[in-house]
Design a protein around this ligand. Structure first.
Ligand SMILES: NC(=O)c1ccc[n+]([C@@H]2O[C@H](COP(=O)([O-])OP(=O)(O)OC[C@H]3O[C@@H](n4cnc5c(N)ncnc54)[C@H](OP(=O)(O)O)[C@@H]3O)[C@@H](O)[C@H]2O)c1
Length: 320
């Protein structure tokens, strides 16, 4: 083991753990997979950790675990995050951090009190297209930013998916709308002056399957958010300025198709492409550097709370 290597425990071995996070963790020398816990220990063992547990609580009691990655359904995030922090562990928690802002408030307060790192795992923020878009906006390449439009939608085909369960923080707004809100906040800030929203609810399960929202800001700027699991797959982000626009073809999921950042203006289009990167690995390495007292992390502990406040406002405003 390298000195300074962060000893991770993974809690919950679902799709994101198996397909993205565990392979990324294995690919970096900055972390080691010390432990994994699943309700079915064979799923934990399949990740080949040094220690496999059949209960989340047992992993949290392991004193050798420095940091945990919480990747269960949303309904368990709060209690697992709180327990991990109280046991002195740093926490990287899958998005959304909590199901409501109230839950996130408690998590952030506990992270502050225990002086542990808490980060919401928005891996998409590590793709270089994000910092490039921020730089182009700062340089006023599209003039003054007027509006941010985001869409994230996929067809939900799995009838038993955890996203159908309202009591587990299901629904499209929390699942994919949280990306749209995070992107919007990055460019327009944390506090819209007014929020208008329309939602379509699934009559059987009682979760939102489609949400459209318009956010107004003091500066006169606007955001349009469109998310759902009733169509697509489709994702897009557009930054509209007084002299042009920037569009991101794959703003959130960047591994299925090469993401293109296009600068539109003056009747021309300039496409900026990027080499493929593993945003999960970048996220893990940034988090590990912060655990070891270096710079970062990119997302501060209250980011999840600020996101949840806007998501709560959209949910509260939603009619339909
Ligand atoms: N950053 C990303 O790109 C990304 C992508 C997808 C999802 N996510 C987030 O990651 C989390 C997990 O999503 P997923 O797509 O991996 O979900 P999934 O495949 O449906 O896995 C569900 C997870 O919840 C756990 N779980 C605990 N109690 C459960 C119960 N009673 N029924 C079913 N599952 C239970 C499972 O752990 P066991 O191993 O114990 O069964 C498993 O880790 C969510 O918060 C989601 O928003 C993030």
């Amino acid at each position: 083991m390298h000195s300074g290597q962060v000893r991770f425990g993974i809690i919950g071995v679902g799709r994101v753990t198996r397909q993205r996070f565990a392979p990324a963790l294995r690919s970096t020398t900055q972390a080691v997979l010390l432990a994994a816990a699943s309700r079915d220990v064979r799923r934990a063992e399949a990740l080949d950790p040094q220690r496999a547990y059949d209960s989340y609580a047992t992993l949290l009691r392991d004193p050798d675990v420095d940091a945990v990655y919480v990747a269960t359904h949303n309904g368990l995030h709060k209690e697992l995050v709180l327990e991990a922090l109280r046991r002195g562990k740093h926490v990287l928690c899958e998005k959304p951090l909590g199901c409501r802002a109230e839950e996130c408030e408690e998590m952030v307060a506990t992270a502050d009190a225990t002086r542990r790192l808490l980060m919401e795992a928005f891996m998409y923020r590590y793709h270089p297209q994000l910092s490039k878009a921020q730089e182009l906006v700062r340089e006023r390449v599209i003039g003054e930013l007027m509006a941010v439009e985001t869409s994230f939608r996929f067809p939900m085909t799995r009838g038993t998916d955890v996203r159908w369960r309202p009591e587990w923080g299901g629904g499209a707004l929390l699942d994919v709308g949280c990306y749209c809100v995070n992107f919007t906040r990055l460019f327009l800030g944390d506090a819209p002056r007014a929020v208008h929203a329309w939602a379509t609810m699934d009559g059987v399960h009682g979760v939102d399957t489609s949400v459209h929202a318009v956010l107004e800001y003091e500066s006169g700027t606007h955001a349009a958010v469109s998310c759902g699991f009733d169509g697509g797959p489709y994702q897009r982000a557009v930054l509209v300025g007084t002299e042009g626009a920037l569009s991101l073809s794959e703003p959130f999921i960047t591994w299925a198709h090469p993401p293109r950042l296009t600068v539109h203006g003056g009747g021309t289009e300039r496409v900026i492409e990027h080499e493929p990167v593993d945003t999960f690995r970048m996220e893990i390495e940034d988090f590990c550097q912060a655990v070891n007292g270096g710079t970062g992390p990119l997302l501060k502990s209250n980011e999840g709370l600020l996101n949840a406040r806007v998501l709560d406002r959209i949910a509260a405003a939603a009619t339909g």
